[in-house]
Design a protein around this ligand. Structure first.
Ligand code: ADP
Ligand code: ADP
Length: 228
């Protein structure tokens, strides 16, 4: 079933057009990737999907509902969540507090508390850190916390922007395992943007190649591998 359908989306900042007529789909229980050079417009597309950037044209349909131009809190409530690039966690808040913030659009208080434990089990690196401040964590731990915070929203679609940026090879392996486990553990589909093509190609089953704001190629990962 198609969970997310982006059709003909055009976006930009001020007078600058970034994405032009971008279309893509994401199915239930699927990991897909958008590859492409720096500045191609991948992050802008992710921000547009969650409502941080308003599209100038096109539609964002989630689960049959037109959510084009809706605000990020509405998208989060429906289950479309972005983990932005750059480990944007709250340094002065504890790991537990950071996690609970990710559940801001939820109202099931007891399940939220249980999910803090779920995240500690799913992210072993966070297991003993609940009462530590976010700022005291290593870079890799902060990145895991950022992903865990996104999952606290119990998303149906998780958008990951460069989760492996600046991580050691060992932690990239861990991110790989986490991404592969998200479908089974949380029933969420993943749209991954990565500079690390090796990682992206190892977790995704389909992909899109973006250049100058446009999708220039799409297909099964095996075909994209042949081209990259
Ligand atoms: P990618 O994620 O593929 O690296 P981005 O979406 O970050 O690409 O950037 C696409 C283009 O949009 C770049 O030229 C970038 O400088 C520009 N851009 C990104 N964010 C902003 C912004 N907030 N205001 C103006 N221009 C931006
Ligand atoms: P990303 O590839 O994730 O967009 P960038 O380094 O391009 O990362 O952007 C980091 C931040 O700077 C983002 O918030 C982005 O919106 C902003 N930014 C990027 N390019 C520009 C630009 N040309 N003008 C204004 N803000 C920008």
């Amino acid at each position: 079933m198609t969970l997310l359908s982006i059709s003909d989306v055009t976006t930009g900042y001020g007078p600058t057009v970034v994405n032009r007529n971008v279309s893509l789909t994401l199915q239930e229980n699927e990991v897909i990737t958008i590859l492409g050079p720096n500045g191609a417009g991948k992050s802008t597309l992710l921000r547009t999907i969650v409502g941080l950037v308003k599209p100038r044209g096109g539609t964002v349909i989630f689960n049959g509902e037109d959510l084009t131009g809706r605000t990020p809190d509405i998208l989060a409530k429906r289950g479309v969540v972005l983990v932005p690039e750059g480990r944007r966690i709250f340094a002065e808040m504890t790991v537990g507090e950071n996690l609970r913030l990710g559940a801001y659009a939820r109202t099931d208080t007891e399940a939220i508390e249980a999910d803090v434990g779920t995240m500690e089990a799913f992210f072993p690196i966070l297991a003993t850190k609940r009462h530590q401040k976010g700022g005291s964590l290593s870079g890799g731990q902060q990145q895991m916390l950022a992903i865990a915070r996104g999952l606290m929203a119990r998303p149906r679609v998780l958008l990951l922007d460069e989760p492996s940026l600046g991580l050691s090879p060992l932690l990239v392996k861990e991110i790989q395992a986490i991404i592969l486990g998200i479908g089974k553990q949380f029933g969420a589909s993943v749209l991954l943007v990565e500079q690390n093509a090796g990682l992206a190609l190892s977790v995704a089953t389909r992909g899109y190649l973006m250049q100058n704001g446009r999708i220039v190629t799409s297909g099964p990962i095996a075909e994209l591998k042949d081209m990259s």
